[in-house]
Structures are given as structure tokens and as C-alpha cells.
Design a protein around this ligand. Sequence first.
Ligand SMILES: [Zn+2]
Ligand SMILES: [Zn+2]
Length: 656
Amino acid sequence: MSDMIQVKLPDGSVRPLPRGTTPLEVARAISPRLAEAALAAQVRPTSNGHEPKVVDLTQPLEQDAEVRILTEKDPEALEVYRHSSAHVLATAVLELFPETKLGHGPPTETGFFYDFYREQKFTPEDLAKIEERMAHVTQRNEPFVREMADREDSIAKYKSEGDWMKVHFIEKHTEAGGKVSFYRNGKFVDFCRGPHIPATGRIKAFKLMSLAGAYWLNDNKNPQLQRIYGTSFFTKKQLDDYLHQLEEAKKRDHRLLGKQLDLFSIQELAGPGLIFWHPKGGIIRKIMEDWLREEYLKRGYALVFTPHVMRVDLWKTSGHEGYYAQNMFTKMELDDAEYRMKPMNCPGHILIYKDQMRSYRDLPVRLGELGTVYRYELSGVMHGLMRVRGFTQDDAHIFCTPQQIEDEVIGCIEFALAVLETYGFKEYQVELSIWDPNDRAKYMGGEKMWDLAISSLENALKRKNIAYKTIPGEAAFYGPKIDIKLVDAIGRLWQLSTVQFDFTLPERFGLEYVGEDGHRHQPLMVHRALYGSIERFFGVLIEHYAGAFPVWLAPVQVVLVPIAERHAGYANQVADELRKIGVRVEVDARSEKMNAKIREHALQKVPFILIAGDKEVAAGTVNVRTRGREKTEDMSSADFAAKIRKLVESRAAEIG
Ligand SMILES: [Zn+2]
Ligand SMILES: [Zn+2]
């Protein structure tokens, strides 16, 4: 074995370095600045088939490898940083409450937590003290040091100290007779696989968020642990932005607004994850559906309807009965056959395609449906309109020839961008998920199909001048895809549209068309959803607009408030004129105080409240209060009608 190894750097250069060199030394060799900024390293052994692994900067390199030094600029470093923050939390807790026993402390999507067992409950004041102590631990800037120990000795030591959870973790996650790793910072030592950042002082911004109960091993017969949640970021600014976003998100929560604005509900008696659209949500849904159906027809789609319940034989042919069964509602029996609620619309559309022999002259065939599907979600993961058990997809399937595919993908992208623009979203991100080039065997369809599909997706994005990120290994086994994620008003990302190739279903159903050459060929098939699910998209709209919908979507666009009873006739007359041009208008002639009425409708986020009194009746005008503005405006009722008509017709995102 040679004493030297070949270390490949992200710029493509290769450096021969002594075996046992650490990533920190690699970083120093690149630049002292990089070594200073380094938090961890990503290492992929060059010999084929290895996944990249994130390791400590002090972990010696034992074989040829690609090495990437991770700093604050790399998202991969954040997990290590947050897990290290969890160690700092545990350090602080043990210093303040030495009787506490430790569970585990992983990073999460938004931060980290650590599970503790202690007879006494932590109080909010305790949390404040712990947070303060964590600041000390970071100021002490203790290095995280990896130490190895004999497994059996470690178990014995933990047992003697009554650390029953640690005993469990070592016994479960390591093999008998071996060594196990610990991480030390100062006096604090934790059984842990790592990796960690270099020292506690590198943690610059953190906050403890909440305290929750969690049963040991998620079993309610077990003792209850106290889980402390926290979050940490590379900079104070990032942390502040995140906290601000959380505050904003709370105000915009679609579940609260859905109730306040009477848009939708979920009914205990009917079951979880099933949405009831109330009249005000229903009118918005109608507008969303109408717009979409019109666009379908303009863009050469055919509209179809397929049954909600279909025979299990169909789901066997499609393969869902095999790999998707756990996501489906259970079977029901009817006559001598078994049926299932549909979890997807694709097999239905395929049956329509297959119902006649297709020629290349018939292609592309674009079948669209607002199809309601039912999927089994665990009761714990359901969330308002966002994660549900029944939802309606704006689902379409395109069947075409290889020559047509690129233009079809472009058509999908243009349609998706039209959705974003129409609903007032200005920013979005695009991801292209392709196969893992090192592991092609696990994908269906073969190299030629994949190359064609990936290049058509890439070319379409390039032709539309759209910036995108390619993610190798993220494609489904049946085909590559484009995902479009929108950025909402407070900077959150939401998965929206998908354009997904499918190489398995045409094969499974034996789809064909007669080509120009007179022979039979298999068409390409693309699944494509733009809203994703109407329910979820509605949830996103509620949160994006905080319930203050653009005029064209607002359930009630105008409320007329007559000042006294004698003005009600005039108010009704103006309302009738507005109704004639399709405006959704109400007259509030109740005998309440005018200001109370105005406040009530303002809370309902009605775009325009029109006041009518003696002056207005005499002049044929209305006094217009525009949502979100202090100043009111006098306008002839005809001018107001023209104004609102324009706002609705242009689907303006702003109130104008
Ligand atoms: Zn750790
Ligand atoms: Zn589909």
C-alpha cells in the first residue's frame, strides 16, 4: 500500500497527499482562509459506488477520495452545526440540572432537539436559564473531540450511572465486541456517531423554541421524556429572519384564516383529512377551476372525467396494488369483484387513450381532469389543507412521439408559469431531478429513453431561459422530472407544479400508436400537475395573501353600507348594477352602528366597502374604502363599476 493518496478537489484538480491527511490539512493546503471557515468535510471515496459522507475535519483520510470542505455556504454543513448545537444544549442542561438523564439530540428540518428524562418538569424560566448557559458554553469555545472506547466498558459505565437511554442506544446501534465513538466538549461527553463542527464557539446564533413531552421510543407505556426544541443558524441575521418568518406564518396560518373567513372546515364526524368547502371557499374554487378549464381548452387539452372507484384488477395492471397499496384506502367488495378508491388519475386516462388505435397523426394526446383522489395518510401527519386524505389534482397526461416531446415539455412549463403569474407569484425555483448516473440499474426504461427524456427537459428549460438546479439521484425509478417551487410573500418555498416522465405505465398497459413507418411504437407519457392539488394550492394562496385575496378571487368583492335606513334603496340599486356586471356584492342594511359594520367587513378582508348617505344619494356617488388604505375616495357609481370590472378582468394581484 502506497503512503500517498490522491485527493480530488471540487475544482477538478487532484493532489497527492500523505495517507492519514485530515480534511483540515487539505483545507489549509487550499487556503488558510478556507481552513478558518471550514466546519466539516464531505468525502467520497473515489473507488466506485460510494456515497459522499460528511465527516469531522479531523477524520484522517485513508483512501483516494473526492473532498469538499464545507463552510457556512454549504447547506450540508447546517445539519452538523445544528446537531452540534444539540450537544451544547445537553451540556448546558447537565451543568444546571446534573440529575438529568440524556436521550438523543438529532438535527431537524428547522433546528434540533434533545430528549431529557428528569422527574421535575422544566419550566419556561428553566428554558431561559438553559439558553443563557448555552451562550457560556459557546463562549468557552470548547473543541469537539472524537474519542473511541470499548463498547462493553461503555455500556457498563452508563449502566452504573443509571443512563438507561444511552445503554439502549449503544446496544441497539453498535455491534458487540467493537469500539464506539464519543464526542467530548469540555467536561461533557456524549455517545455519538458524529460528525461535529470544530468547536462550540463556532455556533453564532441559536434560540430555544419550545418544550414538549415525548414518550421514550414513542410508546405511551414508557416514561415520558422532556423534549427541548431549539434552532440555530450561521448568522444572527438568518436567525432573526427565520423568527420573523415564523411570526408572520402564525398570522397567516390557513387553518385559522379558513375559520375566521369561513372558507372551509374539517369535520370530526366525517373523518380527518377530508375537506368541506364552505360557500366562500367554494366560490374561490369555482374561479380557480374555471380559469384552469378555459386554459386547458386554449392549450389543446381535452377534458375528461374518470370514476372515483375502480376495480383492483386495474390497480394490479398499473402496479399501484404492488408498490402503492399502503397509500391507498382499503378495498371494498361489490358483487364478486374488489374495488379501490383511486389514489391517482393516470390509469383512468390511460384507459381512455387505449380505447382506440392511435396514429402518429392523433398525437400528442393531452387528457386533463380535475380528478379527486384518495390517499391514506397517517393521522399524525395531516395538516389543514396541506396534507389531506382526499384532494383534487389538476391532473393531465400527455401521450406523444419522441419528436414532439420537447415542445410538449415547453408547453407544460409555459402553462406552469402562467399559473404563477396569474395568481400573483413573482419568484420561483426550478429543480430537474435525474437518475443517479452511478446506479443506473435501479431505473426503468433504459439508457436511450432516459437520455431523451432528460435532454428534452433540459432543452425546454434552456429554450425558456429558466435557471434550474439539477439533482442527480432524485428522479423516481420510472422517469426524470421538473419541479417548480414557488416563493410566497414571506419567502417560504412551496412545491407547486411537476412535469414527470413515466416509462413504466406505457409498458404495463401496452400503449401503442401507429408510426409514420406503419409500425407500432410505444408513446412517451408525461404526468403533469400545475396547482398540484387544489386544496393545497388554496392553502398556499390563503397564506400568501394572508386571506386578503386579489379582487378577482375575493369571495365578496364589495359590501355596500347605507348610513341610515333611508339610504338602503339607493345602496340596493348600486348593488344591482354591480351584480349585472358579475360583481359579488352584499348590502349590509342591518341596524348596527356603521363603524361596527365597517370593522366587521374589514376583518373579513373585503376589498371594497362602499358607504352611501345623503350626499352620495344626491350626487349618485359612493364613498369607497379600499382594503388596507386609510383614505376614502368619492366616486360616481359608474366609475367604481368600471374600476372593479377592470381589476377583475385583468386578474390584478394588486388592489389598484
Ligand atoms: Zn453528536
Ligand atoms: Zn399521473
